[in-house]
Design a protein around this ligand. Structure first.
Ligand code: FAD
Length: 478
């Protein structure tokens, strides 16, 4: 029997797994998809929020501010792309000026450090491409941007390195209460665990219902984005938020941790949980709203549009704690924004929740940080020459947009939670993330995966189950 079973391999499940791996605890993580970071964690704004938004006194406010600190620390430890670029909430009229003053007060109450209300001149000096009609902004230097899936993968690999067992393609379909814990059916097999942590994102209400809890409902809300090429870097230097209006919360324009520019999201209510399509209307709305921030967005440089689903619940705060109807079953639910920022703090907090629920935990000696991966493009010319001499696969550039080599793809395939799809390699090594979006490197990555696993071309997928790339040789089909 496992001591703990985590359901969901998003950023929250990953953080919980990583913190649990610091203790002498037998832990399993079940993920329904063929990889981790496949839910909301792979499609969001990637902002590490400073913490002036949540209502003071809520769990969300405490976890946001703590998470902001921890995310920076962990990204440094694991070598995850992260930039502490700060954020600006921009005011255009008197109503906005009052709004940013209220946010400032809220930030002070939440313990956000270093915030300042800045005037128009200072704002335009820092952000010369903004609409000149700006009146000022709330500046929060502790905010930043992170690559969300790399953050999730890094924490998952640290957890795996330190003993957590990951079960992919293992959808939890039933949970039964047994003496001393639970019997869990996942991917058609049965497992037992003393405690369950429900971190199933937009499906968390369905998992809770499996133990008879129907106290909350998750209603997915879609947000759509544009992602601009790296040649647009410098359009804005920090995360630029608008103040909310009656048309919505306002879209953001921001650098990403990988050097692109992101524009979005909108907010669409009552989405189907599997609908991550983008629409003309949604993207037109985003572009129209973003024009208020700056007229200089060049949509011809858009390299990808995508959408993500918020796990909105009927509760105002995050739903974190032991279920009111089932002992030893812990919900980590309704983790909407700032859930990415808060994830590490949620992981840390869950340790206390488990202790309060009666779990006995002793710290593990010799917890290890996984070996950092080689990022060829970031090496000096001398380091590049040296590594190519030692392993010529690092001299074979596969992704031309981002200079990613065969050696790095093989490293990704050899990682603790090995990917089997093109997008799994993309999330680890960064192939297919440049201007050509995999047009050039995709077939090469496909061949490398086939050769590495010794599998036929037809069996290698782009991403989710069913996303096949080739279905046979030309001329061989009737
Ligand atoms: C448009 C948008 C913008 C956002 N922007 C930001 C931002 O800038 N900053 C920020 O801090 N937060 C942001 N967020 C919020 C943040 O992305 C989420 O809070 C966070 O990713 C939630 O992580 P999670 O692990 O709870 O959920 P997920 O990442 O969805 O993970 C849940 C996992 O559970 C798995 N699962 C579900 N059911 C089962 C089952 N039955 N069995 C096994 N596995 C199962 C899923 O496949 C999934 O992988 C944004 C969200 C959206 C949608």
């Amino acid at each position: 029997m496992y001591d703990t079973a985590i359901i969901g391999g998003g950023v929250c499940g990953a953080a919980i797994a990583m913190y649990l791996s610091k203790y002498e605890v037998r832990c399993a993580l079940f993920e329904k998809e063929n990889d981790i970071a496949m839910g909301t964690t792979k499609a969001n704004s990637g902002i590490v929020h400073a913490g002036y938004d949540p209502e003071p006194g809520t769990l969300m406010s405490a976890l946001n501010v703590r998470g902001c600190e921890l995310t920076e620390e962990l990204c440094t430890t694991f070598g995850v792309p992260y930039r502490k670029c700060g954020s600006m909430v921009v005011a255009f009229d008197q109503k906005d000026v009052e709004h940013i003053s209220r946010l400032y007060e809220r930030g002070i109450a939440n313990g956000v450090r270093g915030m300042r209300l800045i005037d128009r001149e200072e704002l335009l000096a820092a952000e010369p491409n903004l609409n000149p009609e700006v009146r000022g902004a709330l500046y929060a230097p502790s905010a930043g941007v992170v690559n969300p899936w790399r953050f999730c993968i890094a924490m998952s690999e640290a957890a795996a390195e330190n003993g957590v067992e990951f079960y992919l393609n293992s959808e939890v379909t039933a949970i039964e209460k047994i003496t001393g814990g639970f019997r869990i059916t996942a991917g058609g097999k049965e497992y037992e665990a003393a405690y369950i942590i429900n971190a199933a994102g937009i499906y968390a209400d369905r998992i809770a219902a499996m133990v008879g809890e129907n106290d909350f409902k998750i209603t997915p809300s879609k947000g759509q984005y544009y992602l601009l090429d790296k040649n647009q870097a410098g359009l804005v230097n920090s995360v630029i938020f608008q103040c909310p209006t009656d048309r919505g919360k306002g879209v953001l324009v921001s650098p990403t941790a990988d050097g692109n520019i992101i524009v979005g999201p909108n907010a669409e209510k009552d989405n189907l949980p599997d609908d991550t399509s983008t629409t003309r209307e949604g993207l037109e709305f985003v572009a129209a709203e973003a024009a208020k921030t700056t007229s200089k967005i060049n949509y011809r440089e858009n390299i990808r549009s995508f959408s993500g689903l918020r796990a909105n619940s009927d509760a105002k705060d995050f739903i974190i704690g032991e279920s009111p109807v089932c002992r030893k079953f812990i919900n980590v639910a309704g983790i909407k924004s700032p859930g990415l920022t808060s994830a590490a703090a949620i992981g840390e907090y869950i340790i206390d929740v488990l202790k309060d629920c009666g779990m006995f935990m002793t710290e593990k000696k010799g917890w290890r940080v996984p070996e950092p991966k080689i990022r060829f493009a970031e090496l000096s010319p001398e380091e590049k020459a040296d590594i190519c001499k030692r392993n010529p696969k690092y001299g074979n550039v596969i992704c031309r947009c981002n200079t990613i080599t065969e050696g790095e793809i093989i490293d990704a395939l050899n990682s603790r939670i090995p990917p089997r799809t093109l997008d799994g390699i993309k999330r680890r090594a960064g192939t297919g993330m440049g201007r050509c979006q995999g047009g050039f490197c995709g077939p090469k990555v496909h061949s490398i995966i086939c050769e590495f696993y010794g599998v036929p071309a037809e069996s290698v997928l782009l991403d989710r189950e069913g996303s096949y790339i080739v279905c046979g040789k030309v001329g061989e089909r009737e």
